[in-house]
Design a protein around this ligand. Structure first.
Ligand code: SF4
Length: 76
């Protein structure tokens, strides 16, 4: 799965939301989040993010970001 990380906070761009083929972006408190169970790992959103906030969860130390994304995505 891909996850939104801290560079997204207070970012106003929604380019990522527009390209996601499965609409798995949700609005968190002050950042967008990706539902980790709905993301199909296509990677299309990553280069669209002007803040470089979208990362694959295979990078180191992503566990807390997966939980952050899940927490806010599941509020919807
Ligand atoms: Fe959506 Fe693909 Fe990005 Fe996952 S990787 S959030 S499915 S655009």
């Amino acid at each position: 799965t891909y996850v939104v990380t801290d560079n997204c906070i207070a970012c106003k761009y929604t380019d990522c939301v527009e390209v996601c083929p499965v609409d798995c972006f949700y609005e968190g408190e002050n950042a967008l989040v990706i539902h980790p169970d709905e993301c199909i790992d296509c990677g299309v959103c990553e280069p669209e993010c002007p803040a470089d906030a979208i990362r694959p969860d295979t990078e180191p130390d992503m566990d807390k970001w997966v939980e952050f994304n899940r927490k806010y995505a599941e509020l919807w």
